[in-house]
Write a protein that binds this ligand. Structure first.
Ligand SMILES: Cc1cc2nc3c(=O)[nH]c(=O)nc-3n(C[C@H](O)[C@H](O)[C@H](O)COP(=O)(O)O)c2cc1C
Length: 362
């Protein structure tokens, strides 16, 4: 049993703004550097990489977090998803621990789960829900911050910028899709080497989640790619169940001309309640929120396996970023074996900031 670290880089007991302004915390707050030696032996999107491991969009709230992650040896890191305008964070709390014994199957995720502020004792049982709503301080803040942060990208390391479109009142679906392209263009203007779009978000026309709508996915990818030119595009997708396999094939076929890499998976949504059975996170539309950590590894691995198989069968050239429940060096290896070119950990890395160093030493 690996005891859970009590000093994560993001403190769930503090507000998002407090974490944003005063973090990172825990081991990320100390400047002791992991030194990569020798030459980078891997590559991703054509860039040399020491270890194809890092942190996906989310835990790295701003440039200070990104720089700290690079210092600790995470070589492929994503600056948290940003927007073309300032956008407020959802009401506090934004992170709760969720009690999930074993795998969070889709069956289990359809039933209310118990959210709490007390962490589990063991890292292997660490599942959390996060519900931020993709806050952004607006391009006035993040564009110059990201530009400055690119200075801390060392040899064999890669910083990725993640963006999302914003649904505005009275705006059309086309305006929403165009806003993805505008956000991606702002990201590329910083000189960042790769741009990621988060498609695990609602569609303006109420057709559900964008990544499950092949025409929306293609329209957005086309607009974004025209806006960022030669900068490689990464597309982040949610989990596709076995029943959604033909939908997955349609989405991948539509993305193949545009995406240099696919990143899977985002969180798995589930209803979260408190000890009295009431909605745990305050506010409209927040009964269901995204689950991440140890219990979703099965789903990330499954989708990486299927995308890898599809790539071989159809001769696609996209690279695969495997995300979901990576808590240990063994989990990292499992994803690599499944076909992931790069592996990233959000929850695992937040509570184990030495995870990259452990992987490199193992
Ligand atoms: C605190 C936190 C914030 C997140 N924010 C984002 C985000 O801004 N954009 C995004 O695409 N995914 C976001 N995610 C999802 C992660 O990138 C990842 O897909 C998910 O957490 C599964 O990985 P894990 O099991 O390693 O946590 C966030 C996750 C966490 C834990």
């Amino acid at each position: 049993m690996a005891h859970l670290n009590t000093h994560p880089i993001y403190d769930p007991a503090k507000t998002y703004d407090d974490n944003f302004d005063n973090g990172p915390f825990g081991a990320f707050a100390n400047p002791v550097r992991f030194v990569n030696d020798g030459e980078p032996r891997h590559s991703f999107l054509g860039f040399p990489i020491y270890e194809p491991f890092g942190i996906p969009a989310g835990p790295l709230l701003n440039g200070r977090y990104v720089s700290a992650a690079l210092t600790k040896g995470f070589d492929v890191v994503v600056y948290k998803t940003q927007r073309t305008k300032r956008f407020n964070v959802n009401a506090f709390p934004n992170v709760l621990y969720v009690d999930v014994p074993g795998d969070l199957t889709l069956e289990k995720a359809s039933q209310p789960l118990h959210g709490q502020t007390t962490p589990p004792a063991d890292q292997a049982n660490l599942t959390i829900t996060n519900s931020f709503g993709n806050p952004s301080r607006g391009p006035e803040f993040w564009v110059p911050d990201l530009k400055d942060t690119l200075q801390s990208e060392g040899k064999g390391q890669l910083i990725i910028s993640s963006v999302v479109g914003t649904i505005r009142e009275d705006a059309s679906q086309a305006d929403y899709y165009a806003d993805f392209a505008h956000a991606a263009e702002l990201a590329a203007s910083t000189g960042v080497k790769a741009v990621e779009i988060n498609l695990s978000c609602p569609n303006v026309a109420g057709e559900g989640i964008l990544c499950y709508t092949p025409s929306a996915v293609e329209d957005i990818a086309d607009r974004v790619k025209r806006a960022i030119g030669d900068t490689p595009l990464i597309v982040k997708l949610g989990y596709f169940s076995k029943e959604q396999d033909s939908l997955l094939r349609a989405v991948v076929s539509n993305l193949a001309p545009y995406a240099a890499a696919l990143s899977v998976i985002n969180t798995i949504p589930a209803p979260v309640v408190d000890e009295h059975g009431n909605q745990a996170l305050p506010g409209q539309g927040r009964l269901s929120s995204g689950m991440c950590g140890a219990s979703i590894k099965w789903a990330g691995l499954d989708l990486v396996n299927r995308l890898s198989e599809l790539r071989n069968k159809r001769g696609y050239s996209y690279e695969i970023i495997g995300v979901g429940g990576v808590m240990t060096p063994d989990d990292y290896q499992e994803y690599r074996m499944a076909g992931a070119d790069v592996v990233q950990s959000a929850t695992g890395a937040m509570w184990d900031p030495e995870l990259a160093a452990k992987i490199k030493r193992s």
